[in-house]
Design a protein around this ligand. Structure first.
Ligand SMILES: Nc1nc2c(ncn2[C@@H]2O[C@H](COP(=O)(O)OP(=O)(O)OP(=O)(O)O)[C@@H](O)[C@H]2O)c(=O)[nH]1
Ligand SMILES: [Mg+2]
Ligand SMILES: [Zn+2]
Length: 358
């Protein structure tokens, strides 16, 4: 959300500090190890801004409670900032969903909403494309997220037709870290729950094949923690949330899920349609006894529910790894994000103002 011009909250450690326009930046070499700190003080302003692009600054982390970490050196240029946290149980499908979202964003999937896109950290984005999006596009299942990694998964720059720009930071951490974040404080990986401006809850129908131990449908520890945090932190009240009911391909013949999954995808905002979809899926999950999946509705005044599929079908084992034999076919993966962007005011206008209002 918007803050005072030069005060930045680091999305990694959550400290607030005054953003310094000069000082040292970390200019990456070919490898992160080759990176070199360069002092911009006294440098010609034109060269300075050139050097800032593509480089990083060390977060001063005033509270000194984290290992050294870095932010893109242009992060502070954006007055409008939104941090979106993906929340969900281990194996829920957060990483596949996020990867499918990035792929769709890169295909200009947000243009129908008046948003053109860029990535704040192009190097990190290229790495993500190579390491995640490309294997995914070639039909390979992605690995589970490494535990203990506290870093943003990507920072998107959205530019509206009226020229207003937003920096949108995404966090996708391991579900197991989220699950344990409650035990004895937030834990380093779970602290992003405290600083997220919006939550993308990821819920999947039970999956006995992968987990072996299907969780009790009414229990979702990752959701519960985010909600607890929300209740305990008045500053967070009123933040938007969307629930992605992912892997809906498994329910493609089950009404009303299948019908919504085949429904409009990327056709612009329609608050009434989103309300109807949220109601239908709410009723379905309620019938299934999946109360925990619906818990976000009890704390987030603006909350939506969407049937999505990151992959279009199940992965199957092949030669020691897992593949999608017919390739991937993401369905409606941007719908939850679009709802969040509308609720957060990133997408402006009357229709956006109605999204998520019960
Ligand atoms: N059928 C189907 N399977 C999916 C879909 N998305 C993910 N999966 C499968 O679900 C498994 C877990 O997906 P991930 O994206 O790694 O889950 P995660 O929530 O990031 O898990 P952690 O990183 O461990 O927290 C993978 O084996 C995928 O093959 C989907 O849309 N449809
Ligand atoms: Mg993951
Ligand atoms: Zn920091």
């Amino acid at each position: 959300m918007s803050e005072q011009n030069d005060i930045v909250r680091c999305p990694i450690c959550m400290d607030r500090f005054v953003w310094a326009e000069a000082g040292h930046v970390l200019i990456p070499g070919n490898d992160f190890e080759d990176a070199a700190f360069v002092d911009l003080d006294g440098m010609d302003p034109l060269k300075q801004s050139d050097s800032r692009r593509g480089s990083h600054v060390r977060c001063p982390n005033p509270s000194g409670d984290m290992v050294e970490h870095h932010l893109p050196a242009t992060y502070g240029n954006y007055v409008n900032r939104l941090v979106v946290g993906l929340v969900g149980a281990p194996n829920a499908g957060k990483t596949h969903l996020f990867t499918a979202m990035v792929r769709q964003i890169d295909r200009q999937g947000l243009l129908p909403y008046g948003l053109s896109v860029g990535w704040l950290d192009m190097r990190a984005h290229s790495r993500f494309r190579q390491g995640q999006v490309e294997p995914f596009e070639s039909g390979n299942a992605l690995a589970g997220t490494r535990r203990g990694v506290v870093d943003y998964a990507g920072i998107l720059v959205l530019r509206r037709f009226d020229g207003v720009e937003w920096a949108v930071t995404f966090f996708d951490i391991a579900g197991e870290d989220l699950r344990q974040a409650g035990a004895g404080g937030l834990g380093s990986a779970g602290r992003f729950l405290a600083g997220a401006d919006a939550f993308l809850f990821v819920y999947a129908p039970d999956d006995p094949v992968e987990t072996g131990t299907a969780a009790h449908p009414s229990e979702n520890r990752a959701f519960a923690l985010a909600i607890e945090r929300m209740r305990a932190t008045p500053a967070l009240h009123g933040r938007p949330a969307a629930i992605a009911f992912t892997k809906a391909d498994r329910l493609r013949y089950v009404p009303p899920i299948g019908r919504w999954l085949r429904g409009p995808d990327g056709n612009g905002l329609d608050a009434a349609r989103t309300r109807a979809e949220s109601r239908d899926i709410f009723a379905y999950l309620h019938d299934q006894g999946a109360g925990a999946a619906l818990a976000p509705f009890s704390v987030f005044p603006r909350c939506t529910l969407h049937a999505v599929s990151a992959t279009g079908g199940d992965a199957q084992p092949r030669d020691g790894s897992r593949v999608f034999p017919r390739g991937v076919r993401p369905m409606r993966v941007l719908e939850p994000l679009v709802a969040i962007l509308a609720m957060a005011g990133v997408i402006p206008g009357d229709e956006a103002g109605k999204v998520g209002i019960p």
